[in-house]
Design a protein around this ligand. Structure first.
Ligand SMILES: O=P(O)(O)OC[C@H]1O[C@H](OP(=O)(O)OP(=O)(O)O)[C@H](O)[C@@H]1O
Ligand SMILES: O=C(O)c1cc(=O)[nH]c(=O)[nH]1
Length: 242
């Protein structure tokens, strides 16, 4: 099986994605408006053993790939980033308590709360803190950009980003008014990847546990040829130049 080419923590995460049925074939409208023949649903990591597996994969990715990045807070954008930040800090502390025991989590509310403590941040205040964003998927990069804006507005310093799944897609098109053009539209012009642009613009490392290429390799051995064909056509349409 094609997971054997991956390092152990990534191979076992891919196995868990299959077991959780988190990778689906069909027809899905994405946040960007792109119509995709597949979907990664991190909401299905909802059982104790599956939570353990995804948080372990994140923690390993962070602990192994960011020895040079020190951070105070894992920020998980609502909604799917919320359980990810809360569960991953616990796994990080188990891997290296000296380095990670005092790491906090924080996430945003999609709608600001006007009673009680109020505001739209839950968890550790971001002001003056070094922050890593943790999210499930990056497609066109909109969610990550929104998270970066929140962190900046709260006075935090972005030092890194980690996602479970990089769809390896190009950035969206923008109209003359500077607004993102949403929908299943593309001018066919080459554009860089969402991850590449964020790295370049913000000068921070972006890590992913799995990419679309890993999944294609896996499904080449096991999936339906029709699903694979649609997936490869979509990959060709939205693939990034880097
Ligand atoms: O790179 P992008 O084009 O922004 O797409 C990826 C984002 O889209 C989804 O968030 P969404 O806000 O749709 O959903 P959620 O509330 O389920 O987290 C997903 O969880 C990613 O955060
Ligand atoms: O782009 C998205 O909206 C998106 C893609 C995907 O595979 N999974 C997800 O939760 N959102």
């Amino acid at each position: 099986m094609a997971t054997s080419n991956l390092p152990p923590h990534r191979a076992s995460f891919l196995q868990t994605c299959i077991e959780a049925d988190a990778l689906k074939f069909g027809t899905f409208t994405l946040k960007s408006g792109r119509i995709s023949p597949y979907f990664f649903n991190a909401g299905l990591f909802n059982r104790a053993d599956l939570v353990r597996s995804i948080s372990y994969a994140f923690a390993h990715t962070l602990a192994l790939q960011t020895p040079q990045v020190d951070f105070d807070i894992l920020f998980g954008p609502a909604y799917k980033g919320i359980p990810l930040c809360a569960t991953t800090i616990d796994k990080l502390a188990a891997i290296d308590p000296k380095r990670f025991d005092k790491v906090s989590y924080s996430f945003n509310r999609k709608e600001a709360k006007t009673h009680g403590e109020g505001g739209n941040i839950v968890g550790a205040p971001l002001k003056g803190k070094r922050v890593v964003i943790i999210d499930d998927v990056i497609t066109a990069g909109t969610a990550i950009r929104e998270a970066i804006e929140i962190i900046k507005a709260e006075g935090g310093e972005l030092v890194g980003i980690v996602v479970a799944f990089d769809r390896l897609e190009k950035t969206p098109m923008f109209g003359p008014d500077g607004q993102q053009i949403k929908g299943d539209v593309d001018d066919g012009k080459p554009r860089p990847s969402a991850i590449g642009e964020v790295t370049k613009e913000h000068g921070v490392p972006v890590f992913s546990i799995l990419t679309l290429d890993d999944v294609v390799e896996y499904f080449k051995g096991t999936g339906s040829q029709e699903d694979l064909k649609r997936l490869e056509e979509y990959r060709e349409k939205y693939k990034a130049t880097n």
